[in-house]
Design a protein around this ligand. Structure first.
Ligand SMILES: Nc1ncnc2c1ncn2[C@@H]1O[C@H](COP(=O)(O)OP(=O)(O)OP(=O)(O)O)[C@@H](O)[C@H]1O
Length: 586
């Protein structure tokens, strides 16, 4: 990842200028102090004026340039943050499949790459610049000691700095590693925090679960922090001892310098500069900057590992095949398809055979957990079958090239049970620009809304299509579950009117009221007339008009036919239908 080389070069320049100015201040202070005895004896001299002017100028530069440098680092930090977020998203969203999104090991690596409290690439990059400046500054101060006094003292001071800083950095590394190893607990803690602030916030309050959530967050966070606190307790005393030893070396060096001055072996000006340089070296022994830089590099390594890990744990099977434009022209065929979720012991689908003819309106019914939504995931190539094939006009989805697989996913317009609720305008919620929709084409939007039964809803919105569907947004509004469902349906219909040829509706009526459900049923055949469609619903009123209905049971299709044929067969479908119908009749 290469980010803002120009801004990085400017920041480098600022750090070099800062170092030069700070070292200049040490020299100028020495010169000024060296000139003072003369001034005391003979009054104010031109040399004092000149030395003072140089000192003030260098001091001003040493104070002002870091402000510019700070600004530059802040800018770079933001650029790095945006670049990392984009990079992480790209890597996570690149595969057409979704198996890696459900893998805890990948989630952990993702959490590390994206960064969490104190562990981010942006902080690492920021502190790396500080570390560089510290190194330059330490070398300059040591050079000053060597030139003005003794090189062995310069080396001793650098060695004391290096030893103390390394020790502290090592302690921090241990803390860091312990902290980092707890990423699952951190994720859990963050999840509970997000839950309280996010979409479930209202429900949690209504149930009075605020306290429970806080306690749970507290518990997870304490669990995550406990190992690091233990390391911290174990190392605190030793850390303080090492610091004291390091500072003792610097104290002795200052003592030695002062003694040389008292013996007349070192002029006053040089003594002042050398003591200043020693104090400068002594103040930066914490190891913090080194540790944060290392943390950043840990995140960077996780980011680099992420694609490899995704490829290894959730390999993208595929080939080079492509589908003909506008497929399916003939059929979508499931041939002996079995599927088991990664890491699970049970097949959800078993040797399933099913054919969906092009242009057909097929309905799928089955009890909870029968595998209906799983079948949709396979149909949209989010997962590939564990065995068997899914053929679209004779081409297996498993043989598609990554581009062809992505194109097939765009061709299938799917509204799942947990459909997207985007904090965007109503227009953008229906016509997603990213998949070729045009929110400015109001005629197309009106048509989709009309067909989805959402026209009245849009007309009632305070700013019509431009109303943002998010209460957290100024002038935004929130929708009820059923209203959202109509917007989602409009999105699917808008897509089928443009680029999609396959319409998949998973429980499209779950949140609809009786009238809206009746309207959906009335329009169902018209809605699906131009496409190949699959509808899943527990409401038999919604599925009964489908061209064909299939029953999924035990991972297989056990019955298929029209509503009338299935009732006549008097099997599972007929039983389920009558149970529901009897309840309504009663
Ligand atoms: N990502 C997953 N990892 C492991 N198991 C899963 C995953 N998603 C679903 N399952 C399991 O697969 C089975 C079928 O789930 P699926 O969601 O396909 O059922 P469904 O027929 O759509 O149910 P419902 O009518 O309740 O929506 C369930 O037992 C579920 O626990």
């Amino acid at each position: 990842m290469r980010v803002a080389p120009g801004a990085t070069a400017v920041n480098l320049l600022w750090s070099v200028v800062t170092t030069a100015a700070q070292t200049g201040v040490l020299v100028a202070t020495g010169r000024l102090v060296g000139a003072l005895p003369d001034a005391v004896r003979h009054g104010w001299t031109a040399r004092v004026t000149a030395d003072l002017a140089v000192l003030v100028a260098l001091f001003t530069v040493s104070q002002v340039v870091p402000v510019l440098w700070e600004h530059g680092r802040y800018h770079l930090k933001n650029v790095v943050k945006t670049a990392v977020s984009a990079d992480v998203s790209d890597r996570m969203l690149a595969p057409a499949g979704v198996a890696h999104l459900e893998d805890p090991a990948v989630q952990d690596e993702y959490t590390r790459a994206a960064g969490f409290i104190g562990y981010t690439i942006r902080d690492g990059a920021n502190q790396a610049q500080r570390m560089l400046q510290n190194r330059l500054s330490a070398l300059a101060a040591a050079a000053l000691i060597g030139v003005l006094f003794h090189w062995w003292l310069a080396v001793l001071a650098l060695a004391a700095l290096w030893a103390t800083e390394s020790y502290h950095a090592r302690i921090l590394y241990r803390e860091d590693d312990t902290w980092h190893g707890e990423s699952e607990h951190h994720r859990d803690a963050e999840y509970h925090f997000g839950l309280g602030m996010g979409p479930a916030a209202k429900e949690l309050r209504v149930f009075g679960l605020g306290r429970w959530l806080t306690d749970r967050y507290d518990d997870r966070w304490t669990t995550a922090s406990a190992p690091m606190n233990a390391v911290r307790r174990a190392t605190a005393a030793r850390g303080a001892l090492v610091s004291t030893c390091g500072l003792a070396v610097f104290g002795a060096a200052i003592w030695f310098t002062a003694a040389a001055a008292a013996d007349g072996a070192l002029p006053l000006a040089a003594t002042t500069s050398v003591v200043g340089a020693l104090l400068r070296l002594a103040t930066d022994v914490s190891g913090y900057v080194v540790s944060v830089t290392r943390r950043g590099s840990v995140c960077l390594r996780a980011l680099r590992r992420l694609p490899g890990m995704i490829a290894e744990r959730a390999p993208e099977r595929g080939g080079t095949a492509a589908l003909p434009d506008g497929a399916p022209h003939h059929e979508i065929r499931f041939e002996k398809v079995s599927f088991r979720y990664p890491g699970q012991r049970r097949d959800i689908l078993r040797d399933l055979d099913l054919t969906i003819r092009a242009g057909e309106a097929l309905a799928l019914v089955g009890v909870n957990g029968a595998g209906k939504s799983t079948l949709v995931k396979l149909l949209t190539a989010a997962h590939l079958p564990t065995s068997g094939r899914i053929l679209v006009d004779g081409v297996s989805l498993a043989d598609l090239s990554p581009q062809a697989r992505a194109a097939w996913q765009r061709r299938a317009s799917t509204i799942t049970q947990d459909f997207l609720r985007l904090p965007l305008s109503a227009a953008e919620n229906v016509a997603l620009r990213e998949v070729g929709g045009d929110p400015a084409d109001r005629a197309a939007l009106d048509d989709a809304a009309e067909r989805a039964g959402a026209a009245d809803l849009v007309a009632r919105l305070p700013h019509g299509w431009d109303t943002v569907l998010d209460k957290a947004h100024a002038n935004g509004t929130d929708l009820s579950g059923g209203e959202w469902q109509r917007i989602a349906l409009a999105r699917a219909l808008h897509a089928t009117a443009h680029s999609s040829g396959v319409l998949i509706l998973d429980e499209p009526a779950a949140a609809l009221d009786v009238r809206a459900e009746a309207a959906l049923v009335e329009r169902y055949l018209e809605l699906t007339s131009r496409v190949t469609s699959l509808i899943i619903s527990h409401r038999f009123s919604v599925v009964r008009d489908a061209d064909r209905i299939v029953v999924l049971e035990g991972g297989r299709v056990t019955e298929h036919g029209t509503h009338a044929q299935l009732l006549a067969t008097d099997g599972k479908y007929a039983t389920m239908f009558r149970t529901q119908a009897d309840r309504y009749a009663a």
